[in-house]
Ligand binder design. Sequence first.
Ligand code: FAD
Length: 488
Amino acid sequence: MSVLLAHMRETYVIGAGPAGLASAIELSKAGEKFTVVEKADIPGGLAKTYSFDEDGLVFRTDNGPHRFFSKNPYLYEFIGELVGERWIEVKRQTRQHIAGKFYDYPIKPVQALANIGPTKAVRMIADYCVAQARYGLMKKPIRNFEDHVVAHFGRTLAEFNMINYTEKIWGVKASTIHSDWATQRIKGLSVGFLIKAAMEGAIGSFRTAPLRTLVDSFYYPEYGTGLIYETIAKKLADGGHPVRCGTYPIKIRHDGKRITGITLKAGDRTEETAPDQIIESIPPKEFLKLLDPVPPEAVMAAAERMRYRDQTYLFITLDKERVTHDQWIYFPEKQIPFGRISEMKNFSQKMSPPGKTSLFIEFFCFEGDAIWNAPKEYLLGLAMGHLERLGFCRQDEVRESYLIRQKKVYPIYDTEYRSYLDPVKEYLDRFENLHYIGRPGRFRYNNQDHSLEMGIMAARSVIEGKRHDLERIGGEEEYFEKGTHGKA
Ligand SMILES: Cc1cc2nc3c(=O)[nH]c(=O)nc-3n(C[C@H](O)[C@H](O)[C@H](O)COP(=O)(O)OP(=O)(O)OC[C@H]3O[C@@H](n4cnc5c(N)ncnc54)[C@H](O)[C@@H]3O)c2cc1C
């Protein structure tokens, strides 16, 4: 008697960052057959948490501090189910350091005015009025990020922190950055909103809807944001689907409409697979190079124009109870070589051993430049000069320092980016069994929430056999900017 075995659909999830792991857990909940592969040694992508054991004293740090914020109540449930009580609410305490002074963020009006001084404050107001006249009444076009912030805040306020910090992050002039960057990150933020929010902070109860940039508390897993992704990886392993780390595609075959086969490298071995569905978060520039046959020249040329900003981090552990009460402090000015410092203990006490603390110091760079190539000792010397001067810590309090380099952290939205991103996406969209997701996959400046949502929706596309529009996620103005920070 012949037994007809029904073909069970198989999905390959390539990349185990938040997006890929969210896909995998959703597939597992639906009882789908799937495999997860990840190029790195551990899952979690940019949202992983590192642990450093110093003779039994364990210090933890995220790959840059991660607060969780979303308008989507389902995501709070999704994470709540994974980490439960280990998800704690943290009252936000952050500052900026500009021209030798510290500014609380969100802004405290009395402190801000005292720090800025009357002359500069008057100049800010005058410039704001000029900008309103130029961009509002005279309809001067907004062609780039610089125009956007000058139009909304006036030149003096825009230069005070936004233009400086943006140029530090991206390493290019603010006038060469697309205004979409402002639309994504600070839409809804205006002088009026800042004044309202500041007044609310000062006197209590305006009930201003919180902006993503201004929410005053957030959720954080007590052992670092990576706890979410370690928990997913463990659940997957317990269910018989361990994340196969150190495994990645070296060739992806297709017939112009579907992906037909993948050659994977796993350690010294190669293996062949032909999954029915592929969910991947590989940067498009790399993904296209894996395709066989090679995509048209125009698509490859468009992908070549995609650029990223990279980062080098210095994590220092300290024989000191605490440095500040801040979770993080921004340093927008160029003369300070790092962009932000974070004290992980102020996210959760469990990030440092009792009586000790740590600082995570972020440098923005391009792969191969002087900061990227700098040895740890050089960066430590550079950082300590400023940290000592600011009274944060002394060299003799430093226990240990760790250097971490991270490629392709920020997709660069230059003023031309749509002209090369659109043809790449148009080409990828032809593959009916391909779902490209996440911050790297979609060349999108996603936070965790949008990557999680993309992962979940890609898995649902597979499960339901109908494509959900992943481009929409994070694109809606309201969705993107305003939200709740409470658990659902
Ligand atoms: C310094 C910093 C601070 C941040 N702060 C916050 C914050 O406060 N709040 C917040 O919500 N978000 C924050 N983020 C953003 C957050 O880290 C990202 O949104 C999230 O990690 C994106 O998840 P992802 O899965 O889309 O991409 P990634 O995290 O980049 O994961 C992609 C995964 O795919 C793997 N991969 C790539 N190529 C291949 C390949 N060829 N084969 C196999 N695997 C591959 C990678 O190794 C990686 O594991 C921050 C990020 C940084 C860097």
